[in-house]
Design a binder for this molecule. Structure first.
Ligand SMILES: C[S@@+](CC[C@H](N)C(=O)[O-])C[C@H]1O[C@@H](n2cnc3c(N)ncnc32)[C@H](O)[C@@H]1O
Length: 249
């Protein structure tokens, strides 16, 4: 019993430290706005190495709350913690698209340690790009790309850039965008606005794979994206430009 009391005391002290750190870092108003439920939980500790990482010699696993990272961005508050997508989900989503990957660039917005970039490189995309605003996660992603030893790799041009999704410029080619619920409404509105402007300047086809689509209404109401049927959990959206050069496979 004494041991139990001691353990609870240690946990309470640790939680107090976390709350104190959050208060210093983000301020009282931010903490109240985000809610106590957003504080890192005990199960947020890094898990054991995943079979993906064991197979490919990479480091893509674990949950990383953003308060642990140095992030120079006015949108830090809107960001969602790092957690990797499941490889099977990424493959199923890409394979459900009615496209020839060779006609498309793949972009993961909020790519973290880069797991989806590695899986996407199993398909012959023109290029595979990750956009991540944490320089620490971006450095891990870059190292993962270097170390990755997947024998199924069919795209050699894979990169991760450290940038804020809200100000990053889209490539002007046909694009598959991957979004795993990376940020809140304010940033998603900015990203969709930028995409719309870019599409008006450079008409082309875009597919969006939206995993955990909690802000799907923004895409539903965007006026330039149509949701299409997809045999996956999550949602797929399409913008088809008249005259854009795409073909179905
Ligand atoms: C839930 S994780 C998804 C990781 C990866 N896409 C995957 O599916 O494996 C969300 C990621 O988005 C990043 N992020 C959040 N806001 C961002 C922003 N404004 N610009 C760039 N990256 C952002 C976070 O740092 C985090 O790594």
């Amino acid at each position: 019993m004494l041991e139990g009391i001691r353990k609870r005391g240690t946990q309470t002290r640790a939680l107090t430290l976390v709350v104190w750190h959050k208060l210093r870092q983000d301020g009282v108003r931010s903490l109240l706005r985000r809610g106590i439920g957003k504080l890192p939980r005990w199960h947020d500790r890094d898990r054991t190495q995943s079979s993906f990482d064991q197979e490919f010699g990479t480091d893509t696993d674990g949950v990383v709350p953003l308060w642990k990272l140095q992030i120079e961005s006015p949108h830090r508050e809107q960001g969602v913690r790092y957690q990797a997508s499941a490889p099977d989900f990424i493959r199923a989503a890409i394979e459900s698209l009615p496209i020839a990957p060779a006609d498309f660039v793949y972009v993961d917005i909020g790519s973290g340690k880069g797991r989806t970039l590695l899986v996407a490189s199993e398909y012959p995309f023109r290029r595979v790009i990750g956009v991540e605003f944490s320089s620490e996660l971006n450095a891990i992603a870059t190292e993962n790309i270097r170390r990755y030893r997947g024998v199924r790799r069919r795209c050699a041009d894979v990169s991760s850039v450290c940038a804020d999704a809200a100000t990053w410029e889209f490539p002007t080619e046909n694009t598959v965008l991957f979004l795993y619920n990376p940020f809140g409404e304010r940033v998603l509105r900015r990203v969709l606005g930028n995409l719309r402007t870019s599409l008006a300047r450079h008409p082309r086809d875009v597919y969006i794979i939206y995993s955990h689509p909690i802000l799907a209404h923004l895409l539903d109401d965007s006026g330039f994206l149509q949701r299409i049927d997809a045999p996956i959990e999550g949602a797929i959206y399409r913008h088809a430009s008249q005259g854009a050069n795409s073909r179905s496979s």
